[in-house]
Design a protein. Structure first.
Ligand SMILES: NC(=O)c1ccc[n+]([C@@H]2O[C@H](COP(=O)([O-])OP(=O)(O)OC[C@H]3O[C@@H](n4cnc5c(N)ncnc54)[C@H](O)[C@@H]3O)[C@@H](O)[C@H]2O)c1
Ligand SMILES: Cc1cc2c(cc1C)N(C[C@H](O)[C@H](O)[C@H](O)COP(=O)(O)O)c1[nH]c(=O)[nH]c(=O)c1N2
Length: 170
């Protein structure tokens, strides 16, 4: 019998990465292209880890693996835009999902420049132009807390969800 003084960390074995990922594969999420530009240069990557934090001030978070090729640019710039994808953006998501040269990623779509200076995807279902307000390191990832400066919604509400390791249109 566990005494009330026993800490959970003393009795629960650490969960494997595989078990965690298997569970996470069932937690569906919107697919986004996260962009930046500034003194460190332009970059973008595909992310499912976007979440609302608070509306006072309007803030969302994004998690980025520090081993990613885009990491240094997001670490050294202040501007960040969350571009939430539409159903027809599956190929764009794959392109920004890694292993493709940055110019090739951006050449596949049309972009404008937000107030922050970050690239805004033309035709995104919604885009959140942000200033990176805070950063926190958790394990392999950095969590970026982003203050939203402007929101642009497409006339038609449609989306692309990543669920069970595949794309689903909503
Ligand atoms: N949070 C992330 O960094 C993240 C999220 C989704 C996909 N990915 C990348 O895409 C690849 C394919 O993903 P998949 O869903 O087809 O299969 P998968 O089995 O590798 O991942 C299943 C789920 O686990 C989570 N996950 C995967 N890698 C992670 C990581 N390094 N840190 C935290 N959570 C992670 C995500 O929710 C993902 O959808 C992954 O191997 C990874 O490189 C990374
Ligand atoms: C659907 C989906 C969702 C995510 C990703 C991929 C895909 C296909 N990737 C991986 C990320 O896009 C990839 O590592 C970057 O593009 C960087 O790759 P390079 O290091 O530039 O090759 C990813 N990476 C990350 O750090 N945080 C995230 O939330 C996600 N989410």
């Amino acid at each position: 019998m566990m005494s009330t003084a026993t800490k959970l960390s003393e009795i629960a074995p650490p969960l494997s990465k595989d078990a965690f990922r298997e569970g996470m594969s069932r937690l569906g999420a919107a697919v986004n292209i996260i962009t930046t530009d500034g003194p460190a240069g332009r970059a973008g990557f595909t992310a499912s880890t976007v979440c609302s934090v608070t509306d006072s001030p309007p803030t969302l978070l994004v998690c980025l693996n520090r081993s990613s090729s885009v990491y240094d640019r997001f670490a050294d710039n202040d501007a960040l835009c969350v571009n939430t994808l539409k159903p027809d953006h599956e190929q764009l998501s794959r392109l920004f999902g890694g292993k493709t040269a940055m110019d090739e990623r951006f050449a596949a779509a049309t972009w404008s420049v937000g107030t922050s200076g970050a690239p805004v995807l033309e035709g995104a279902t919604v885009s959140f132009d942000c200033r990176i307000a805070n950063r926190a390191e958790v394990g392999s990832h950095t969590v970026f807390f982003c203050e939203v400066l402007a929101v642009e919604c497409h006339q038609v509400a449609s989306g692309l969800i990543y669920f069970d390791r595949g794309y689903h249109r909503v």
